[in-house]
Design a protein around this ligand. Sequence first.
Ligand code: DAH
Length: 342
Amino acid sequence: MIEKINNLKKEILDKLSEIKDSKALADLEVFYLGRKGEFTKILRDISNVVPEKRAAMGKAANQIKKEIQEKVNEFKMQFESKETQEGEEDITLPGVKFETGHLHPITQLQYEMEDLFTSMGFMTLSGPELESDYYNFEAINIPPYHPARDTQDTFYIDSKNKEGENDLVMRTHTSSVQVRAMQKHGAPLKAIVPGRVFRSEATDVRHEHTFYQVEGFVIDRDITFSHMKGILELVGKKLFGPETKIRMRPKYYPFVEPGSNGEYTCFLCHGKGCNLCKKTGWLEILGSGMIHPNVLRAGGIDPDEYQGYAFGFGLNRLAQLRYKTDDVRLFNSGDLKFIKQF
Ligand code: DAH
């Protein structure tokens, strides 16, 4: 009997030395040591042995079983650590970083402006990028013969109307949405229009053919220039810090009368004069003015009853100033090395 047990032990140990993975090891364990296993059967047979020998034999058999079980456990541990190294994840390793991306710096600025203006009761509107000559120019007081057309190098689209004119353009500014908004919403009206605009520009470090603006306008009874100045000063403080001041200087735009440029104290030198502000202490940031009566009329609003102001910011210029970028073209370059900095 003992010999039979020892043979089985040898058989088991031989098989163990050939086993390659934990699955085969588990099968072997069941086959020999399981409830109906070969080794278990022999142990059961011990009950038939004559009583005088039974105790000693049982003890010896249990000892052998213990040895085999220990050997099996040893293999089990070996396989487990090996398989962890090969297949399973080692949770102590540093993880793989997910690239999540983020909003484009100009979009961030746009959203900031939208939040600010909506907090002051402005609607956020949009309009078509491919626009009619009418809304882009005529409706806002720039008739076909007007020399102001030359200040905006326009992409005319190659489609002619009955009169043989190119009547579709890539909008040159978001002011094109002014009359659309008046026709749709009437007065009183308080809205901003963020959006993309296009000019047939020879590009350089300060000029792009495709860029972003935020247009704004307020139309109501008894609206004055000082209402506009107040709002625009607040925007300046929000953009460049609470100590920012504004000054308005006359500037001609056909769709406003009077027209003005809005300038903020330079955030770099705080008005003392530096290279950024060309030693003037002021940064020219926006165009603005009181909406021309012809524009109100085109929008179906009676200029004797309502007045309004309008303004336009260039978002690329704002972003260029804020991030002190020397070349504005970087923003649309698609260069991830640049974009990932924001
Ligand atoms: N549309 C002008 C431009 O693109 C900016 C502008 C100037 C908008 C004066 C206005 C304004 O609303 O009143 O250069």
